[in-house]
Design a protein around this ligand. Structure first.
Ligand code: G6P
Length: 607
């Protein structure tokens, strides 16, 4: 999704903007641009393609020279990726960068066209620039307030007015925006990593709040022009957390950060050997009597919810429905008082997940957010909140954020089961102890399975399509394994419940269809192996991911990856790792842009 930055200070503004934008590349984009005050005039430079293209254009056309400006990476929504559609967009007196979608832009465009305004791009953003320009009578704050009152949809806007070359204005509704506070310099950005090199202090802008920045001052107003006092936040990680640190890609770095991320997420929530989520607003009293639980999320986070479903139902005996957020919000879900809706989201800003949260609340359900990004919208609006402590995840393909989402699902399931008297304290202690031991086991896998996974990737390079199969928790996990592979290798892949194959999909099996089978569940082993034999005997090359203490007939598979053993229920946290590695190496070997796969965005803040 689009990324916004802005700077007012003493440094070379173009350099700061491009550098800050490079820290937002992970969000996904197809063009970039900046607008900088040069000798009191707004100078714009923008280019389709990666930031490199913008840098090149700046060299050719002359880098805008100044100390105040705004910048943008665009992920095309209205109008194809092109120089013209790239941001910033301008009216005569106003220049704008925008993240989000203006839903009523057509009506506004017609209105402005009727007044004689001419448009050069196909974007909804140019409509905002022209509307600001239309209302502008000399007071930027009044102009912004009037303009945003006309806008429907989501937006984070960075705005500069030609008459005020020392200032940047910023405003948001739904889409995220922070204001970074430095010494003799201030920033705006879509996300914290953009400014970490310069400062760790920032304000979170709330809906319809307007920030006015110069190099020495930041003032924030509400929609009635009243000044707002904000709490200064400090990022608890430094710049190095958002850098590759010697690894070739963020993804492999983040895979290696998993043991630490799990420790950070789990350890502080274990007291006397038992899970304790009180600081998150979760007590035995307030969770024990939910009738139904819904887990609502998108992408990888939804897959974490699938694992959660199996674990919560098995241990706590509460029915769990997992929903894709974009379906939940439009399918008239039967949710209400006495139900719990868990929203899982790394970014805490995914538009559909946020809408699902609001819907659940309006229907009377209690809500619990499992979120990685501090202070994000989902984190702020849920009744209960468990932060995952993965640190910044930069690679688009989620790895460490998924693992810690699983960890929270387990902690919650253990606590819920204990609260409902479904497990004894003794059993809960044992499970918690096993969860605490997971980081070390992941570390072991990272030591022993790297080369094997790399080798297996060489066998997948030429496949057009492959299948992931498993039963029970292995099936829930294989959904994530399959997504990981397809999103970064661009090889088509599906996950299938192993027992369901024979009802159709097995007809696809040939010697050109590799199958990755996950078999970590003791009670299902025999049945899973029968399904594996079914595909093997039809010619498939079978890669099995299983545990070191399982004996499986060698004729059933071509390659075997062994992982250490722990409680069956926790095996997904281990089996996920070789799957991530296989996806990673396959993408590397195919020469893909591993961290920024085509067409994808890290944080999807539009529907
Ligand atoms: C995007 C990302 C996925 C992510 C999904 C949900 O599609 O590319 O990796 O799983 O959004 O994001 P969230 O921030 O809500 O977890």
């Amino acid at each position: 999704m689009c990324g916004i930055v802005g700077y007012a200070g003493y440094r070379d503004c173009s350099d700061v903007l491009v550098d800050a934008l490079s820290k937002l590349e992970y969000r996904g984009y197809d063009s970039a641009g900046v607008a900088v005050f040069e000798n009191g005039e707004i100078k714009v430079c923008k280019a389709q393609g990666k930031l490199e293209m913008l840098r090149k254009k700046m060299q050719e056309e002359g880098k805008p020279q100044g100390r105040v400006g705004i910048g943008h990476t665009r992920w095309a929504t209205h109008g194809e990726p092109s120089d013209i559609n790239s941001h910033p967009h301008s009216g005569a007196k106003v220049t704008v960068v925008h993240n989000g979608i203006i839903e009523n832009y057509r009506e506004l465009k017609e209105f402005l066209s009727a007044k004689g305004v001419e448009f050069v791009s196909e974007t909804d953003t140019e409509v905002v620039a022209q509307l600001l320009n239309y209302y502008y009578k000399g007071d930027p704050l009044d102009t912004i307030i009037k303009t945003i009152s006309d806008l429907d949809g989501s937006f984070a806007l960075g705005i500069i007015f030609a008459d005020y070359p020392e200032r940047i204005y910023a405003v948001r509704r739904e889409s995220p925006l922070i204001v970074g506070i430095g010494k003799d310099e201030n920033y705006i950005a879509s996300d914290v990593p953009a400014i970490l090199k310069y400062t760790r202090d920032y304000y979170l802008l709330d809906h319809d709040e307007i920030a006015v920045l110069t190099d020495s001052e930041v003032n924030i107003y509400d929609i009635h022009k009243e000044p707002v006092e904000k709490t200064l936040m400090t990022a608890d990680w430094d710049e190095s957390a958002a850098e590759k640190g010697g690894y070739e890609h963020f993804m492999i770095k983040e895979i290696h950060e998993q043991p630490n991320a799990v420790n950070m997420t789990v350890k502080p929530r274990v007291v006397d050997g038992l899970p304790n989520l009180e600081e998150c607003g979760i007590t035995h009293e307030n969770i024990k009597s939910f009738k139904n639980i819904f887990v609502v999320a998108c992408g990888t986070a939804m897959h974490a919810g699938m694992v959660g479903k199996y674990v919560i139902e098995r241990l706590a005996g509460v029915p769990v429905t997992v929903d894709i957020a974009s379906e939940f919000r439009y399918r008239s879900p039967i949710v209400g008082e006495g139900d719990l809706v868990i929203i899982i989201s790394q970014s805490g800003e995914t538009a559909d997940s946020l809408a699902a949260l609001r819907l659940a609340k309006s229907l009377g359900a209690k809500t619990l957010a499992v979120v990685n990004a501090k202070g994000s919208s989902i984190a702020r609006e849920a009744d209960m909140l468990v932060y995952t402590h993965a640190g910044p995840e930069i690679a688009v393909a989620s790895t460490k954020a998924y693992i810690v989402q699983l960890a929270v699902m387990y902690l919650f399931a253990f606590e819920l089961s204990l609260a409902r008297g479904k497990i004894t304290e003794e059993q809960c202690r044992e499970l918690t102890l096993s969860l605490l031991a997971v980081p070390e086991l992941i570390g072991k896998i990272l030591e022993t399975d790297l080369e094997k996974s790399q080798y297996i990737s060489t066998k997948l390079l030429s496949a057009d399509s492959l299948l992931y199969i498993g039963r029970g928790l292995d099936y829930a996990l294989s959904m994530e394994g399959s997504l990981k592979l397809k999103e970064i290798s661009y090889i088509h892949s599906e996950s299938y419940a192993a027992g369901e194959l024979k009802h159709g999909t097995i007809s696809l099996i040939t010697d050109e269809m590799p199958v990755i089978a996950v078999a970590t569940q003791r009670s299902l082993l025999e049945k899973t192996v029968s399904n594996i034999v079914e595909v093997k005997s039809r010619g498939a090359m079978v890669i099995i991911i299983t545990r070191e203490d399982f004996t499986i007939d060698e004729k059933a598979y071509d390659f075997r990856i062994d992982i250490p053993s722990t409680d069956d229920m926790l095996m997904p946290m281990l089996a996920a790792v070789p799957m991530q590695l296989i996806a990673y190496y396959t993408s590397v070997l195919r020469g893909n842009d591993v961290d920024k796969p085509r067409n994808l965005a890290k944080s999807v803040t539009v529907e």
